[in-house]
Design a protein. Sequence first.
Length: 147
Amino acid sequence: MDSSKRQSKQKNNPDFKSIFIIDPVKGERLHLAKLLKQEKFLMMTFERIGECLKQNNSIKPNLIIYVLRKDKNEQDQLKDIKKYFKNLHFIILINSEFSELNIDELKESGFTSIHKANNQDMVKNFIYTLMPECQAPNEEEPSFQTK
């Protein structure tokens, strides 16, 4: 296959976005994917950050949600990822295991778009802020008229 065909296959559809969720806790990872599920997103979940960085992964993310977990997914592991995805949106979801995250330190180390979320609703809001074209249209309530 010539390189022009390969490049055209790799181009992202502007109306379709891929989101990688990285969380070592399977139940939490799947729950978050279900919460965010909609037709304009391709959700892929990973236990470890190394799994989504494999060179043979043909799907490239538009956004990565990284859940911090003590002794499993730590802030230090994020420094490796910026080598692979330089200009990518990141949402760091913290939980009770991590009380604080120094987001400024991550920005200084080269992340261009990184955000901290304290809960899953904040994650959802960040997604629609960073990728507004993916927001699901609000279905209007049918109006009832009385005569």
